[in-house]
Design a protein around this ligand. Sequence first.
Ligand SMILES: Cc1cc2nc3c(=O)[nH]c(=O)nc-3n(C[C@H](O)[C@H](O)[C@H](O)COP(=O)(O)O)c2cc1C
Length: 157
Amino acid sequence: MADSTTLVAYFSASGVTKRVAASIARAIGADLFEIEPAEPYTAADLNWNDRNSRSSLEDRDASMRPAVARAVEDMDAYDTVLVGFPIWWGHEPAVIDTFFEQYDFSGKTVVPFATSGGSGISGAERSLSSKYPSIAWRRGALLSGSDAADWARGVVA
Ligand SMILES: Cc1cc2nc3c(=O)[nH]c(=O)nc-3n(C[C@H](O)[C@H](O)[C@H](O)COP(=O)(O)O)c2cc1C
């Protein structure tokens, strides 16, 4: 069933979460929004073997909030927001924290989803619910792609 009160917002550095988010939005007829860092991540930025890469530095400094390129036009219009991201060092990338600090989520249901190289989503769920305890979190899911549409239909059912 088409559901225009649901937003699927995602950050994706290398395209995996982007594909999952697009399939979710298609499956449930939700609006799709890309959380775009104002300064895109280069391959060097994403090198987790380099202690001084941008992503490594953002991980070590919990106060980092990378700027985003644009905002959701009418966040008030949505009552459910599915937020997708890649797992970085076991939790959400800092630009996802930027997103959660940008809007008022009161009265909304928020459901995280993630892709990863193997890590689960529970570290990100713990991190997000402790940083943003006033948000009405629903249990999220680590998705691989083929499972995304069915999961999303279950979320909005
Ligand atoms: C900086 C960085 C850190 C990562 N840390 C983890 C991790 O802790 N556990 C894991 O399973 N995958 C990790 N990955 C792999 C990504 O989660 C995985 O490739 C993801 O599907 C990429 O999604 P994207 O293409 O939407 O950016 C990391 C990737 C990067 C770039």
